[in-house]
Design a protein around this ligand. Structure first.
Ligand SMILES: [Mn+2]
Length: 346
């Protein structure tokens, strides 16, 4: 899901533009209409906010049209930082360029995948010829071809249907990308999705490479971050099946998430609290089994008034400006315990 900066919203006086969503009678009609948008001499720019679903879907889109047009380039507007996503792009050889590095005016056709124009200020600069997405439909834009199916767990499933309808067998790398796209966006089918997502997964499963998939899924730690594991283990303190560890300054809060997930594997531990300091903020990652526990509610109760707090039963996160924490500039694992234990006594 891309970050969503404020978009151009129509005021009351203006007429609200609603995208014209075409209803197709069949997958065959849908794919025919999609392909009819392209001509042999077209130079096509596919734009994405790079995440697993959008990268896989863009790759599938390229596969669908590459022999019908003169050029296809996939450009992303965001910086790819998540290691799984970097591993995916590298291992599956997804041909990506940053939007800054391309001359968009050299492309006469623009395609937006896994997003809608109002989702990102960069996207709003373009008139798209094709928009394929699964987020709720937004207003204020239109395109000649729009395929938005909010009931789908992933655009990767929609793209798999396009491939199947055209009887295009995906290569191992494309199948693996699409599987990873579906797995990520449906949170391994724990989130809402449709039977189509499940059927696409089953279809792709026979064609993917599970070693590649596992390597992508396992790539969560930078070599330079290993030292934070040592620090985390040295700091671990356990109080009544609750585990605490404060790591001090961290270069990136993602490592706190990785370590919290790791410590959540410890037997007979009900709660895990891992914190670190990042850019004048205290970041606290909370994990629990969710059974008669609610990490999101706890985060809200403890940190809601002094900073940002959010999450659900099993996972939560809080970010608090360090100046809002009364600790005389020296936050430790004991400080973390003190802040949280008060709320358990209630
Ligand atoms: Mn998606």
């Amino acid at each position: 899901m891309p970050n969503m900066p404020a978009c151009k919203l129509a005021t009351k006086e203006q007429e609200v533009i609603e995208p014209r969503i075409t209803r197709f009678k069949s997958n065959r009609e849908r794919v025919k209409t999609l392909l009819s948008q392209f001509k042999k001499e077209d130079r096509v720019l596919i734009l994405i906010w790079a995440d697993p679903d959008s990268m896989a879907s863009a790759l599938a889109m390229k596969r669908l049209i590459r022999q019908r047009v003169s050029e296809v380039t996939i450009a992303h507007v965001n910086e790819i930082r998540r290691l799984n996503n970097l591993a995916m792009a590298q291992l599956l050889k997804i041909p990506l360029v940053k939007l800054r590095q391309v001359k968009a005016s050299e492309y006469n056709k623009k395609v937006l995948i896994d997003s809608q124009p109002p989702h990102n200020a960069e996207f709003m600069k373009f008139n798209f010829d094709v928009v394929i997405d699964h987020h709720p439909i937004s207003n204020g834009w239109d395109a000649p071809f729009i395929d938005i199916r909010p009931e789908y767990g992933a655009v990767s499933s929609m793209m798999t249907e396009y491939l199947r309808t055209l009887k295009v067998k995906p290569a191992v790398t494309l199948a693996t990308a699409l599987i990873y796209g579906i797995k990520t966006d449906t949170n391994n089918f724990e989130k809402e999705c449709t039977i189509q997502d499940v059927l696409c997964f089953q279809y792709l499963f026979k064609r993917m490479n599970r070693h590649l998939l596992h390597k992508i899924e396992a790539s969560t730690i930078r070599r330079a971050e290993l030292k934070y594991f040592r620090k985390a283990l040295e700091e671990v303190k356990v109080r009544k099946q609750r585990l605490f560890s404060h790591l001090g300054k961290v270069p990136n809060p993602d490592i706190l998430v990785v370590i919290a997930d790791f410590l959540n594997h410890v037997h007979e531990i009900g709660w895990v609290f891992v914190s670190g300091e990042y850019r004048d903020r205290l970041v606290v990652i909370i994990r629990c089994d969710g059974y008669r526990k609610d990490a999101g509610k706890l985060a809200q109760r403890v940190f809601g008034k002094i900073g940002f707090a959010g999450g659900h039963r099993e996972k939560a996160r809080a970010e608090v400006p360090l100046e809002n924490i009364n600790n005389n500039g020296n936050f430790t694992t004991r400080s973390l315990i003190r802040i949280l234990e008060k709320h358990f006594r209630k």
